[in-house]
Design a protein around this ligand. Structure first.
Ligand SMILES: Nc1ncnc2c1ncn2[C@@H]1O[C@H](COP(=O)(O)OP(=O)(O)OP(=O)(O)O)[C@@H](O)[C@H]1O
Ligand SMILES: [Mg+2]
Length: 251
């Protein structure tokens, strides 16, 4: 199967004297559902921004759908980790989701019937269609998160990148979002950053551990220490040797 995402020897730093990601190489196949885990500051959000073409690697290459990363932004839906917005700004949930269609238009063009249909479909997918006329700023954290996922889905992406989309949702909403993503991964490639390894381990095909370097693993290879946020270096460096020796509660 052809890879959706290919990183080859990617090195990146925000400053010349600092390396955030070093010699990162991995491939994500079409319709893979891949969880991204790793410690705070490990480079997870940075990696997503590199895949989006927001930043360019200092060395190495990134190919998205067999093209250089910055050539295909329209194929990627993105749910950012942080959203700064004015809660008093008068915009409905539907209007936020319609922003996901902007890449097909100029900034001030009126949404077409097709845009509205795609936005309503995305709202339905995340279970929020009844909130379509509700002011965005009055929604709860979890509801906002679902709307942002709908905004990413509204563009009908081939690749969906989500940066901690379940960080502020309750257990039921998290389970519903993971179920939705599992279903969506039959038709798109999904990369999702999370600190909740336990919640995702039964849903994902692969796990990418990002800690300056990136190690791609099968969910069954991941030790219980990771679920507790203990990303100890030897495990990352020599995953195959160490994983077998460490206790796991999940089989
Ligand atoms: N725009 C920026 N300019 C300079 N340094 C940055 C910038 N964004 C992130 N960094 C630094 O890059 C490193 C990796 O940050 P990143 O946000 O990718 O980590 P992360 O794995 O997503 O962490 P978290 O789990 O806390 O979200 C950190 O040391 C951070 O301070
Ligand atoms: Mg982050």
């Amino acid at each position: 199967m052809k890879p959706s995402i290919e990183c080859e020897n990617v090195t990146f730093g925000y400053r010349p004297d600092e390396t955030i990601l070093q010699n990162v190489s991995f491939q994500i196949l079409k319709n893979d559902f891949c969880g991204i885990i790793g410690p705070n500051g490990g480079g997870k959000s940075t990696l997503l921004k590199l895949l989006l073409g927001i930043y360019t690697p200092l060395s190495g290459s990134i190919r998205i759908l067999e093209r250089p990363a910055n050539e295909y932004p329209a194929e990627i839906g993105y749910v950012p980790q942080h959203l700064n917005f004015d809660r008093k700004f008068p915009i409905t949930a539907l209007e936020v989701v319609l922003q996901g269609r902007l890449k097909f238009h100029t900034l001030f063009s009126i949404p077409s019937a097709l845009d509205i249909e795609a936005a309503l479909e995305a709202l339905t997918q995340v279970g929020m269609v009844e909130f379509k006329e509700v002011p965005f700023g009055t929604l709860s954290g979890g509801q906002i998160q679902r709307i942002l996922i709908a905004r990413a889905l509204a563009s009908k992406p081939k690749i969906l990148l989500l940066d901690e989309p379940t960080a502020s949702v309750d257990i039921d909403a998290e389970a519903a979002i993971l179920k939705l993503l599992g279903k969506l991964s039959k038709e798109m490639t999904i990369l999702m950053v999370t600190h909740n390894l336990r919640a995702i381990i039964d849903h994902v095909d692969k796990l990418l551990c990002v800690q300056g370097k990136c190690t791609l693993m099968q969910p069954k290879e991941v030790c219980e220490h990771f679920a507790l946020g203990l990303y100890h270096y030897p495990l990352i460096e020599t995953a195959d040797q160490h994983l077998l020796q460490l206790p796991r509660t999940k089989q």
